[in-house]
Design a protein around this ligand. Structure first.
Ligand code: E4P
Ligand code: PEP
Length: 339
């Protein structure tokens, strides 16, 4: 259940609704939007409906019963698809946003070269991991804060805002100091304290789908972020584990329209981590754009053969020229402007 406040509701109207719900043994999560405040309720909703006349409280515009286990991110709550802005760059239904950059930040030179490649491919946001979630504890784990500083320098030089992953809730403040958008990766999609912490950080969040998660679980994960007052969330389909071994993961292309129908949040696709192979990134990018993705996020590297993480899926210069041409040609066909 969601309580939608009127545009002129006061802070004490909001506090009053929260108090009424809490007194009745429920929990209320306040989300302050640009024009309105909404309050997501959890607890014994049947009883609240029967006993609390929430609709009559001062400042309440509407009380919406929502039948899915995620509320704030659902289409039932907000019919219009959302546009999320990352340092001014829109991600949403009218645009196609390309995010590109190195899988991992390795050196200032490598990151700058990758960012220049990204820009040449028409990217408007730079990706790059300073904290890397690795399967093996012996694999390169990222440069940590040094990597974040490199990203900030490269942003200065190229003007590209930064999307970077946070893997530990204790680092959310640190990563937020540098990032324009926080990324929660596939391995942490159900790390609930981390989701809550990024929800409270006041930065847009890219939430990748867990590699073994259903779409409903993915949306419930997004709800954890939304509950903390942050609806600036972009969902990213990055492939799921199936029986198929020919690709690193199986890109679940149908997840894009399905998630867009269930949720108002933008949905982008990561063809690099799905296919896991350079030769698949462009075909999967075409598929993603054609199916209606709001953007794509790809790995690029100036020297993939010596990359410290995921070299085999990183695009090189010639691929990037083709990617730029794909994005330019396909975006008008799907009614979108390239950002
Ligand atoms: C990359 O971005 C991830 O850290 C990477 O895909 C991890 O995979 P691996 O550690 O299994 O190589
Ligand atoms: C990444 O994009 O750097 C990453 C780790 O991806 P995923 O979480 O999808 O594996």
């Amino acid at each position: 259940m969601v309580v939608v406040m009127t545009a002129d509701a006061t802070a004490s109207d909001v506090d009053h609704v929260v108090a009424v719900v809490r007194d009745a043994g429920g929990e209320a999560f306040v989300s302050r939007g640009e024009s309105r405040t909404i309050i997501g309720l959890s607890g014994d909703i049947e009883r609240f409906t029967a006993t609390l006349n929430l609709a009559s409280l001062p400042g309440v515009a509407d009380v919406v019963r929502i039948s899915v286990p995620y509320k704030l991110v659902s289409r039932e709550h907000r019919r219009q698809r959302s546009i999320i802005r990352v340092a001014g760059v829109p991600i949403g239904p009218d645009t196609l946003t390309v995010i590109a950059g190195p899988c991992a930040v390795e050196t200032p030179e490598q990151t700058l070269a990758a960012a220049q490649m990204a820009r040449a491919a028409g990217a408007s946001l730079l990706r790059g991991g300073a904290f890397k979630p690795r399967s093996s504890p012996y694999a390169f784990q990222g440069l940590g804060e040094t990597g974040l500083k490199i990203l900030a320098e490269v942003r200065e030089e190229t003007g590209l805002p930064i999307v970077t992953e946070v893997i530990d809730q204790r680092d959310v403040d640190l990563v937020s100091k540098y990032a324009d958008m926080l990324q929660v990766g596939t391995r942490n999609m159900q790390n609930f304290p981390l989701l809550q912490a990024v929800g409270a950080a006041g930065k847009p969040v890219m939430l990748k789908r867990g590699m073994s998660s259903t779409i409903e679980e993915w949306l419930m994960a997004a709800e954890y972020i939304a509950q903390r007052g942050n609806l600036d969330i972009v969902l990213c389909e990055r492939g799921i584990r199936t029986f198929e071994k020919a690709t690193r993961n199986t890109l679940d292309i149908s997840a894009v329209p399905v998630a867009q129908r269930l949720s108002h949040l933008p949905v982008i696709v990561d063809p690099s981590h799905s296919g896991g192979r350079r030769d698949l990134v462009l075909p999967l990018s075409r598929a993603a754009i054609a199916v209606g993705a709001d953007g794509i996020i790809v790995d690029v590297h100036p020297h993939p053969e010596s990359a410290l993480c995921d070299g085999p899926q990183a695009l090189i210069d010639s691929d990037l020229r083709e990617l730029a041409s794909i994005a330019q040609h396909l975006s008008p066909l799907v009614g979108r402007t390239l950002t």
